[in-house]
Design a protein around this ligand. Structure first.
Ligand SMILES: [Ca+2]
Ligand SMILES: [Ca+2]
Ligand SMILES: [Ca+2]
Length: 460
């Protein structure tokens, strides 16, 4: 938690500095834009998606620690601040923080622990608390919703040329109009990114990765090695990660290195280096460079800037629900100017309104439900101006299987596609049951009858 607190503290320190400098000239935050037909009143929005969850059932007998988001009746920046000045936004973040600070002792008195705060997509608090106390949490003044935090699992799709991206890249248009995604900021919320990879503009050597992950080019990367854990949580090499890096321009690790295998809680740090691998693969598909000139293996949009927000485990295929929410909130202010990290008046690289142009989440939870905060955050992020792309899932062709948050109204839900070389085989079991089986291009060729024990999904 140390780095997490350090980041919040960094914001708070910056805030107090800016407030002390401004004084007379500061104006009150502008009135919320009420002319938009896209979203209802914020309280309605939260309550409307909150009517059927376990957190509201009066007879719930759940006990034991649960993680929840406590929503406050105050619209987040994504709903009100799109056209505000830097100072208006900073003032509003201070208002949000004050309201959150007012609630903290009340939550603590109920036995809860605050484990995260939001401002961009929610004004609420993430809280760990005994499930039996949730109704009391709901009853606190100015609290409009309490929802459980769900974890998600990683999905992966594999095709670039099949979707026509190669044709766009080959149209021969160069310069600022090149069809490569040049200048577009894409936030990849995933298992982190190996920014030493050659496709991310790094050296592309095992030694460079070992240096980044373990602090020693001769080390064998190992997520149980204390030296690796320390290096993977320390600030990254700015030549490979940050504004001066060739591809991965910034981000944050909202989950840390140990969850869930070696620790039950997240431990955010400033270094989203990937160990699991999924996030690097996804980032490469989105915007990887060619591995060598003329190699022809660039990603869909090799001109984009990539931002690495790590919310999925380094050591399993799970994504932490709270880390996902914190990551999506973080991606709405890429340079953290709303928290005082930079000032558009004095820093020419700093931008008042800079949500990621595109947010990618190749992850989900099957049978997606709307009463889910990641769906709620996704809708607000699209309202704010981001295009949010989420995988539909890898769970096959079944009714209602599509996962959240891809089921959010604002998300672009992307399902796996089969390429033309796929073959469809009928599988007949004892002559009575017939099912369809798909061989992927990488499957071994069938040379004769297949036989073996019949295994059901439930392990029987
Ligand atoms: Ca890390
Ligand atoms: Ca941010
Ligand atoms: Ca900003």
């Amino acid at each position: 938690m140390r780095a997490f607190i350090a980041k919040l503290t960094r914001g708070i320190v910056g805030l107090s500095l800016a407030l002390s400098v401004v004084g007379v000239g500061s104006s009150a935050p502008a009135v919320a834009d009420t002319t938009s037909p896209d979203l209802p009143d914020y309280a309605q929005l939260v309550e409307g998606a909150n009517t059927q969850t376990w957190t509201q059932k009066p007879g719930s007998t759940l006990t034991g620690p649960v993680q929840v988001i406590v929503h406050v009746n105050k619209a987040p920046l994504a709903m009100v601040g799109k056209y505000w000045t830097h100072q208006q936004r900073r003032d509003y973040v201070a208002e949000i923080r004050a309201e959150q600070d007012r609630l903290v002792p009340q939550i603590t008195a109920l036995g809860g622990t605050v484990v995260g705060r939001f401002a961009q997509l929610s004004t609420g608090l993430a809280v760990t608390i005994d499930a039996a106390r949730v109704p009391e949490l709901r009853g606190l003044a100015n609290v409009i919703g309490v929802r459980g935090v769900a974890n998600y699992s990683l999905d992966l799709t594999e095709t670039v040329d099949w979707i026509g991206a190669g044709s766009l890249q080959d149209m021969g248009i160069t310069g600022v109009h090149a069809m490569t995604g040049q200048g577009i900021d894409v936030a990849v919320i995933d298992s982190g990114i190996d920014y030493t990879h050659v496709k991310m503009g790094g050296p592309g050597t095992p030694a460079a990765y070992a240096q980044a992950y373990c602090g020693n080019p001769a080390a064998t990367p190992d997520p149980t090695d204390p030296a690796c854990l320390a290096a993977a949580a320390a600030p990254a090499n700015p030549a490979l990660f940050g504004p001066a890096a060739p591809k991965v321009k910034g981000g944050w690790d909202w989950v840390g290195e140990k969850w869930p295998t070696f620790s039950s809680s997240i431990a955010p740090d400033p270094n989203p280096i990937d160990f699991e691998g999924h996030g690097t693969h996804v980032a490469d598909i989105i915007g990887g460079f060619e591995s060598a000139p003329g190699a022809g293996d660039a990603g869909v949009a090799p001109g984009v800037n990539i931002w690495a927000f790590k919310a999925c485990s380094a050591v399993s295929s799970s994504c932490n629900g709270l880390a996902l929410l914190l990551a999506l909130d973080d991606a709405m202010d890429l340079d953290d100017s709303d928290y005082g990290v930079c000032d558009p008046e004095t820093d020419d690289w700093c931008t008042t309104y800079d949500p990621a142009d595109v947010v990618n989440m190749s992850l989900g939870s099957p049978y997606g439900q709307p009463e889910d905060d990641l769906s709620h955050f996704t809708n607000l992020a699209t309202y704010y101006g981001s295009v949010v792309v989420v995988s539909a899932g890898n769970s096959g062709d079944r009714p209602y299987i599509v996962g959240s948050p891809s089921t959010a109204e604002g998300a672009i839900s992307v399902a796996q596609s089969t390429v033309p070389s796929d073959k469809l085989y009928n599988v007949r079991v004892n002559g009575a049951v017939q099912a369809k089986g798909v061989l992927q291009p990488w499957s071994p060729a069938i040379t004769g009858p297949i036989s073996g024990p019949l295994q059901y999904g439930n392990g029987a």
